[in-house]
Write a protein that binds this ligand. Sequence first.
Ligand SMILES: Cc1ncc(COP(=O)(O)O)c(C=O)c1O
Length: 382
Amino acid sequence: MLKASVRALSMPPFRAMQLLAQARELEQQGRDIVHFELGEPDFRTPHHVIDAAFRAAEDGFTAYTPAEGLLELREALSERYNNEYGVSVSPDRFIITMGSSPALWMTFASVLEPGDRVIMTDPHYACYPNDVRFVGGEPVKFPVKAEDGFMLDAKAAWTAAGENAKAILINSPSNPTGAVMEARHLQAVADLPVPFVISDEIYHGITYGTKAHSILEYREDAFVLSGFSKLYAMTGWRLGWIICPPDLVEPMKRVHQNLFLCASSFVQKAAVAALKGPQEPIKQMVRTYDQRRVYLLGALRDMGFGIPAEPRGAFYILADARHLDESSENLSKRLLLEAGIAATPGIDFGEAAEGFLRFCYATSIERIAEGMKRLKVWLDNQ
Ligand SMILES: Cc1ncc(COP(=O)(O)O)c(C=O)c1O
């Protein structure tokens, strides 16, 4: 029998996907399920972006692009960083990737030697430790607490990790907590004597009553990873970018060229339209997320879920449900089977989130209301 590598075999699956599969199975049996488990915008990609992709493909723009991506797109991104954050980033520092997922993996693969340690928060995006391990690195998790708004004390994390980590990975606004790091927290990360700072900024632009800062405002040689999936509702288009520290541009370009050749050509043209075209559809999406956030936050708190700090970004609420069940996986299964609600078990995001549930509000307010109604009935019967 053929056997996959140890590296491949030890890669754990996405629990949220298993939950989704289970929910879909129930739906096929005729059950109605309210979905809070998927971390994906429920909006369509704006029309002008779709039009630009069509036009580019029809004009024959269907060949490979340079490995680092179209200059036109890198220039538009560079301008965006200047306008949004007041930082000057040369278009030469960008590599356009097929989403921020390959960007994450490529960055770890390009900076880590076997055994190198990477500090990350716990809770964290589910893939982070898996990606680090896949390239031989060692994730070092630092617990952050709900009562502190899931804020990272960078100095304490550095000390706890033994002051010899190779990299620190941050994610603000955060999946799964919705926490947005304040300027002073980012400054503290930037000031660490750690060789590599990697900032996953995929949820930038999706904030409520606050603004996310880029790590580049505080440290020039940081990595920024981001993409079009979330803000522009373009998950299936697969487009993102890396901003490399100046010294790493050339080696990373080579890695990208060898592994991926380049990102999709006409999708890059669509991305230029996303950046340069009307921003009102994007702002409208964010306003709608905000209405849902306020509603869901109120409903969950009223029902006794612990959410001490208001999540101000992304589209997630990580709610403390330890009073209902110590095992988030168990609770998530019970809610699916008994109440017809799918919410992701906290354990997917690290041990510190055990006993929590992640609710994603990228679904209509009517469905959120239906889910909360079912949750109330279920709780009343406990
Ligand atoms: C924190 C975080 N980073 C990265 C990604 C990957 O996004 P993509 O590969 O679509 O750009 C996700 C997707 O859910 C995410 O939540």
